[in-house]
Design a protein around this ligand. Sequence first.
Ligand SMILES: [Zn+2]
Length: 233
Amino acid sequence: MVVLAVGAHPDDIEFQCAGTLAKYVQRGDKVFLAISTDGGAGSSGPSKEETARTREQEARRSAAILGAELIWLGYPDEFLYETEVVRLRYIELVRQTRPDVIITHDPQDDYHPDHLTTGQLLWNTRVMAAAVTIETASPRWEKIPDLYYMDTLAGIHFRPNDYVDITSTIDVKRKMISQHASQIAFMKERYGMTMVEFMEICASFRGLQANVRYAECFRRSVTYPASYAKVLP
Ligand SMILES: [Zn+2]
C-alpha cells in the first residue's frame, strides 16, 4: 500500500498521525510526507528565510527517522491559497505518489487557514488526478485514493470515527517531534510546555477514548466515490 500524508506545516504530520504512519512503515508500506508551506512564520527571532531553511532540515531528519520520503512544497507559511497553479501542483502531488490512501487536515473545522486550504486542496484533487483531460508532469493516477482527515490540535471540534492504537510506535512519534527543535523552543516560550508533552496529553486522551494507552484518531471522508475498504493499519 502507498500512503500520502499531507500537512500544512513542518510538524503537523508528526503531531497528528506519525504513530499511524510508523505502523504503515513497519508493515512494509511506502509512506510519503508532503508539507505545503515552509514554516517560515513560526519564529520570533531569525528571518523567515532562515527559519524556513531550519524547518526544512528538521522535517527531513524527522522523515528519515520514520523511513518516509519527504516532498517539500515550500509555499509561504500563512499564505497558502488555491490558485490554478497551486491546484495543478497538488494534482501532480497525487499523481507522482500514486497513493492508496491520503491523510490530511479536515478542510472544515480547524483553527489555521493553511490547514483548511491544505485539506481542501486534497479533497479537491484526489478525484481530479484521475482525469485524462488535465495535464501535469506525471501520468494520471487512475485509482481514486481513500481520504482520511487527521485530528485537530488539542482535538478541538474534531469528530473521529476511526482510531489507531499507537502504543507500540509512540517512541517513533516522540523522536520525530524532537527533531523540530526550533519549533519546540518557540512553543515552550509561548505555551509553557514542549511539543512532546503536548502530544502525549493528546495521545493519552485519544487512547482513553479507544481503551488503549495511546491513540491517534481519524475521520474518513465519505463523499463520492466513497470506499469502505479497511485501509488504516
Ligand atoms: Zn500547522
